[in-house]
Design a protein around this ligand. Structure first.
Ligand SMILES: Nc1ncnc2c1ncn2[C@@H]1O[C@H](COP(=O)(O)OP(=O)(O)OP(=O)(O)O)[C@@H](O)[C@H]1O
Length: 698
């Protein structure tokens, strides 16, 4: 076993030498990281307070301190994913996130406390992904993969991460970063209790060009580090080699030394607190008696006054720094596709969901009602009576007529068995004839010559407005037949058979595409942020714009398949008319999908937990559906609300899609281009907003 480890170590050392053959830039040999008077707050909570820390080049630095003292915050500031409020940090000679400086980027490796692995990835997928974002060739990745699998005794490369044991996963995470990255500074937010991994890190720093900073709250674990920094309440109490720190405080363990330092710090605090002249404890004391911690340690010399560094970068370097890198976008897209491939059930569900939704709308919304039970009380018995003729006009597939006596009909409607009662008096035919022939008739004749209708307008009827409308229309139609015949000519647009489904479908297609896209993306960053994967990628040099574009492009693939299936169903299965350009129809739906993706990205960037992200996505669904004129015309919306409706992403777009599909209009018509313009405007706004939020939050 030992032989295997040492030969692997040799191989590893050779790899490291090859990787680090390019020497560090001049002036950076002394120290890897230097923090001076660093302050950082979360709102009113001051987490880092005038912190000074120095990590010499080629050392393992153990950053120790109790939970919540600010270790992770400090590491995030060092790797450039968090901005400091005050002070100065230099990593390998320049501040983090300085244009052209590869921190964050290939010079720094970071493994957060969270899992930071994709559970549905195999070991091979994981290494390939991280290798890609660190710019390794596939050959290099393969060599490192072989080393890791042997070194950690991992199962097959094709084993899923979720199937690894707890310890295998933990070791895999910790070693992954140091193994893959050709970096000069490695930051690990976790304890490294496994001796083989310590040994591994010791070998890495032996090259003299790599420095490691490890945070832990298990103080004794850091005895093996070259330097330790004891941290409390956001600043360092002491910094130095572990033996020196213990000797300084005549302690046998680091833990005792730390306790002693805490007591001293508390005493100084209380003394200062009791003296009116004294200020807060601004700078901490190092292990060298009386020495301010901001002064050099471990022989690193520094002038009495802090040298004021001025950094500048060429505009070309700045521009290159801002521009998205295709390599990173491609790596993130491939990652998303691999995840999709590993979850085929979920992918099929995403593809089929819009088809199921639009099919349900076409089948269940807007059609004619069937089998409505209506009681008929006809007091005329003659087969040639007008009442019989009028009843024969009713569509029997919709209205099921139940001939009953007056008492039974009313008992039935009171018991909820019938939707209505249609009644004819016994002299209906003769009175109706009189109404048609005579100029003036008595009230009795008017009443006896009318069809009497009693409807149950509660519950069922109210819930199904279209059915009421239908019943009223059918029954009302009988009076039109007598009094006011209307002939509908061939319509200008649409057909006489146009129903509610036809009106709803274009808006429904846009709405389904939009909301499924929101659903696909609203949780994307939330989950990745929670798992530490976003931090992990950002430290590797992936920018928020690249993350955004990668999500947009990969989700575009999913919505394209959804749109193709949707169109096949509405045009071929449900035979919705399309008089206009199919290309325009497709482009408008795709653009609405992009609006949904970018809105999802805004939610994802702004919100931290799944529940709130889900609530935000669901919360806007119904109001937007109602006031976008999708299920009922905008003209019915009362005025102040109508202005809001017109500004929404789907109101003009639904109108445009209806105009293209049913009127055959093109982009020259204002009602069409307005839908495209509003959609493009929202896309741009959401994408910029999501990028800005992501950037501000790092
Ligand atoms: N995003 C955040 N928003 C608000 N407060 C935060 C945030 N992240 C950390 N904190 C708070 O800052 C303080 C320091 O947190 P930090 O994670 O840096 O400590 P730590 O020493 O790394 O602790 P641990 O070892 O338990 O991870 C804690 O009180 C924590 O609650």
């Amino acid at each position: 076993m030992f032989n295997k480890v040492s030969s692997l170590s040799q191989l590893k050392e050779e790899n490291m030498k090859a990787d680090l053959e390019a020497s560090l830039p001049a002036g950076q040999e002394e120290f890897a990281i230097r923090c001076r008077d660093v302050c950082r707050s979360y709102g009113k909570l001051k987490v880092l307070s005038n912190l000074n820390l120095t990590v010499p080049q080629g050392h393992i630095y153990g950053l120790l301190g109790p939970s919540g003292c600010g270790k992770t915050t400090l590491l995030k500031c060092i790797v450039g994913t968090l901005k400091i409020s005050r002070g100065r940090i230099t990593v390998l000679g320049k501040p983090p996130a300085f244009p052209g400086h590869d921190v964050p980027g290939k010079m720094v490796g970071y493994m957060p406390q969270e899992l930071a692995l994709y559970n549905e990835f195999t070991i091979s997928d994981t290494l390939t992904f991280f290798g890609r974002i660190h710019g390794l060739t596939s050959k290099e990745t393969q060599a490192r993969m072989d080393f890791l699998v042997d070194f950690l005794d991992l199962p097959q490369k094709q084993s899923l991460v979720r199937n690894l044991s707890f310890f295998q996963t933990s070791d895999f995470r910790k070693t992954l970063i140091s193994e893959l990255v050709r970096c000069y500074v490695i930051c690990l937010v976790s304890s490294v209790s496994f001796s083989r991994i310590w040994q591994h890190l010791v070998e890495i720093v032996k090259t003299g060009k790599v420095s490691v900073i490890i945070t832990t709250h298990y103080i004794e674990e850091a005895r093996q580090a070259n330097v330790v920094g004891l941290m409390r309440n956001g600043h360092l109490l002491a910094e130095g080699p572990p033996d020196a720190v213990m000797k300084q405080h005549s302690a046998t363990t680091l833990e005792h030394a730390f306790l002693q330092l805490c007591e001293t710090s508390d005493q100084i605090d209380s003394k200062r607190g009791s003296s009116p002249q004294s200020g807060p404890l601004e700078t901490s004391q190092s292990f060298e008696s009386g020495r301010d911690e901001s002064r050099p340690i471990l022989g690193i010399e520094q002038g009495a006054a802090e040298e004021v560094h001025k950094y500048s970068a060429d505009w070309k370097v700045r521009a290159r720094h801002m521009l998205p890198k295709w390599r990173n976008i491609a790596a993130l897209m491939i990652k998303t596709f691999v995840r999709m491939k590993r979850m085929p059930g979920s992918l099929c569900f995403h593809f089929l969901l819009p088809v199921i939704q639009i099919s349900l709308i076409c089948l269940c919304v807007g059609g004619d009602p069937k089998g409505i039970q209506v009681a008929v009380v006809n007091n005329e018995t003659s087969p040639s009576a007008y009442s019989q003729s009028l009843l024969s006009f009713l569509d029997n597939s919709s209205v099921h007529q139940v001939p009953l006596s007056h008492t039974d009909a009313f008992d039935g409607i009171y018991n909820g068995e019938y939707w209505g009662v249609i009644g004819f008096g016994k002299n209906f035919t003769s009175y109706l004839t009189k109404r048609m022939i005579q100029r003036q008739v008595s009230r009795e004749v008017v009443d006896g010559g009318s069809v009497h209708v009693w409807l149950d307008l509660t519950s069922k009827m109210q819930k199904t407005f279209s059915r009421i409308a239908f019943v009223e229309n059918k029954l009302g139609g009988m009076s039109y037949l007598v009094a006011l015949p209307i002939k509908f000519e061939e319509p200008i647009y649409g057909s006489l058979n146009t129903d509610f489904t036809t009106f709803v479908t274009p808006g429904a297609v846009l709405s389904i595409t939009f909301y499924l896209a929101v659903g696909l993306t609203a949780l994307s960053f939330v989950l990745e942020r929670k798992e530490g994967l976003l931090d992990r990628c950002w430290v590797a040099g992936v920018s928020s714009l690249e993350t955004m574009l990668a999500h947009l492009f990969s989700q575009l693939f999913v919505i394209s398949v959804q749109i193709i299936l949707l169109l096949l169903f509405i045009l071929l299965v449900f035979k919705m008319p399309n008089e206009g350009s199919l290309a325009l129809v497709i482009i408008l739906i795709v653009l609405q999908g992009v609006t949904g993706i970018s809105f999802g990205l805004v939610i994802s960037a702004a919100i931290d937990d799944e529940q709130s992200a889900n609530q935000a996505a669901l919360g806007i669904f119904y109001p937007n559906l109602i006031i976008s004129g999708i299920i009922w015309p905008v003209e019915c919306i009362p005025y102040p609300l109508r202005y809001i409706s017109l500004a929404l992403p789907q109101t003009y777009a639904s109108e445009a899609l209806r105009c293209i599909m049913y009127r055959g209009w093109g982009l020259s018509r204002m009602m069409v281009w307005r839908g495209f313009a509003v959609t493009l405007g929202w896309n741009t706004f959401f994408l910029i907003l999501a990028t800005v939020i992501l950037k501000l939050r790092t």
